[in-house]
Design a protein around this ligand. Sequence first.
Ligand code: TYD
Length: 206
Amino acid sequence: MTRGRFITLEGGEGVGKTTQLRALADALRARGIDVVTTREPGGSDGAEAIRRLLLEGGEERWNAPAEALLFAAARTDHVDKLVRPAVQSGQWVLSDRFIDSSLAYQGGAGGLGIEAVRAINAFGIEEWFPDRTLLLLHPDGAERARARDGEVSDRIGGRPASYHEGVEQAFRDIAAAEPERVHLVDASGSPEQVTGRLLTALEDLL
Ligand code: TYD
């Protein structure tokens, strides 16, 4: 049995990731690929339970290390229950967010440091880093973060614009450090154009 692929979509808030994940899955299925879509935090029963702990409640509910460890705990269960079995059975797994969200949010913007957060995650996921990570970025990302400032979403999405600017910068730093795995994709233009760019960024894996 040939191994499938593990592809993740990353980006800041409101960049259209969820819509694009669906469109990309359809485009890959049209090419005869068996695709499973999933999301983080979540993707397994236990991880969905941890998702509620992370996204509900006030800012003070968790300190920064506890927040990072909860994301990592959800992730190892998600890999064990869904990602690894699916990829090993030949399917392509497309995940809406994965480890790079922890690196950018908790590590970069949250101040724990990208390397510290990578280390606690590596303990849980072992070799299950994505085969390719597609990082959706808007040219006017920082402006968009400021425009959303004050909007109440969840515990993390509702953080100030300065936090989300830190997320965006950390994502760019991660992509620069790992250009083979992490590909930048311009999220501007029509949804169809963006899906086309995502497919192009996967071409060598097809
Ligand atoms: P979600 O509703 O899935 O947001 P989005 O539509 O933006 O993907 O909520 C996930 C939130 O959790 C989002 O604000 C990003 C944040 N997050 C982290 O801070 N660290 C992580 O490791 C992950 C997976 C998500």
